[in-house]
Design a protein. Structure first.
Ligand code: HEM
Length: 325
């Protein structure tokens, strides 16, 4: 992971990031929009059927875990049959980025990273053999122009494919579950949103501020420095607590209040040169899902408390039971 984009510094970072271009530009978003809407429709159908049959359903398993995988898998043109396997590996892999992982969690993460490495190296070779109109084939074309050595180009594209895949489902699934949990916990705001759908994007931003899917970004100090009055030695790791920063009372009035009308800036997609490249996709998934919910399931309610995985850095709701009244 130390060779993937978030761990790189300029000028290497600049070169690699430029090679990706504007991944989710306007044209791409228009192309993706229909697929996301279709996926939301199908997932809400299944949710409604399950609630009808069983009285309640797990929103997290039926919708939040599925939509981001469909979105990134569809965009990268991965076989849908591989989605459950890849999703399970993404859940296990995340522990390397946790604050204080246990030895067994690191072992799990190591094994998952090995399997993901094999999968994405093979994917790059497959796209070499049969190039198509997909991002991985596009990155190969770009890197063939940047590197004279084919192996070096393949290596660069493998690291990009791995990182883009890993960055997407875990974070976005958490955001979708958190969004539904917070809005159902605040039924007046959910109801208000139905009458004011133009504020759906604001609601998504407040969800990101209030409970960021990723609470920690880590950096290593390249030289001794002083940050906000704290001396940091060279090579020391610094954890930036972005979840806490989003609740800084110096920046957010009454930060503990969930208020979808506040229009506050947040750090949940980071800031500066490492700003999240997938933010437009994550936002599109959240706004499409929320619009679908308001239109189709306005009577949705929580039927239990959410269950969280015991993690600090990357939040994860593993169960979110809902009913339709
Ligand atoms: C709600 C969902 C998401 C959240 C909260 C999120 C959050 C973040 C954060 C905090 C970073 C910065 C990491 C750092 O500074 O060390 C980041 C970087 C990144 N994200 Fe996201 N992300 C999300 C979804 C996505 C998606 C869907 C994709 C891809 C389709 C993606 C691709 C990336 C990439 C490629 C980077 C590395 C950028 C760089 O280092 O230059 N993310 N993301």
């Amino acid at each position: 992971m130390s060779r993937t984009l978030p761990a790189l510094n300029p000028p290497h970072h600049t070169r690699v990031r430029r090679s990706l271009g504007n991944m989710f530009d306007r044209k791409c978003m228009v192309d993706i929009k229909d697929a996301i809407e279709e996926s939301v429709d199908q997932l809400l159908d299944r949710l409604a059927e399950k609630m009808c049959a069983d009285g309640e359903a797990d929103f997290s398993a039926l919708v939040s875990e599925e939509l981001p995988m469909n979105a990134i898998g569809g965009w990268l043109q991965l076989p849908p049959a591989d989605y459950p396997y890849l999703r399970a590996l993404a859940h296990d892999q995340v522990f390397t980025q946790e604050l204080l992982p246990s030895t067994s969690q690191l072992a799990l993460s190591d094994a998952a990273t090995g399997q993901l490495e094999a999968y994405f190296r093979e994917l790059v070779q497959e796209r070499r053999r049969v190039p198509g109109n997909d991002p991985v084939s596009g990155w190969l074309r770009t890197w063939d122009g940047l590197e004279s050595d084919r192996e070096a180009a393949d290596e660069a594209v493998y690291l990009l494919a791995l990182l883009v895949f890993l960055a997407a489902p875990e974070t976005t699934s958490t955001m979708l579950s958190t969004m539904v949990w917070l809005l159902l916990k605040h039924p007046r705001q959910f109801g208000w949103l139905r009458a004011h759908p133009e504020h759906v994007p604001d609601a998504v931003e407040e969800v990101l501020r209030y409970d960021s899917p990723n609470h920690i970004i880590s950096r290593v100090a390249p030289e001794e420095t002083t940050l906000a009055g704290v001396r940091i030695e060279k090579d020391r790791m610094v954890h930036l607590m972005i979840g806490a920063a989003n609740h800084d009372p110096k920046h957010h009035l009454d930060p503990g209040a969930f208020d979808i009308r506040r229009k506050a800036a947040h750090l949940s997609f980071s800031s500066g040169i490492h700003y999240c490249l997938g933010a437009p996709l994550a936002r599109l998934e959240a706004t499409t899902l929320l619009t679908g919910l308001l239109g189709r399931l306005p009577g949705l309610k929580l039927s239990g408390s959410p269950v969280w995985a015991p993690r600090v850095g990357f939040r994860r709701i593993t169960e979110l039971r809902v009913v339709e009244s």
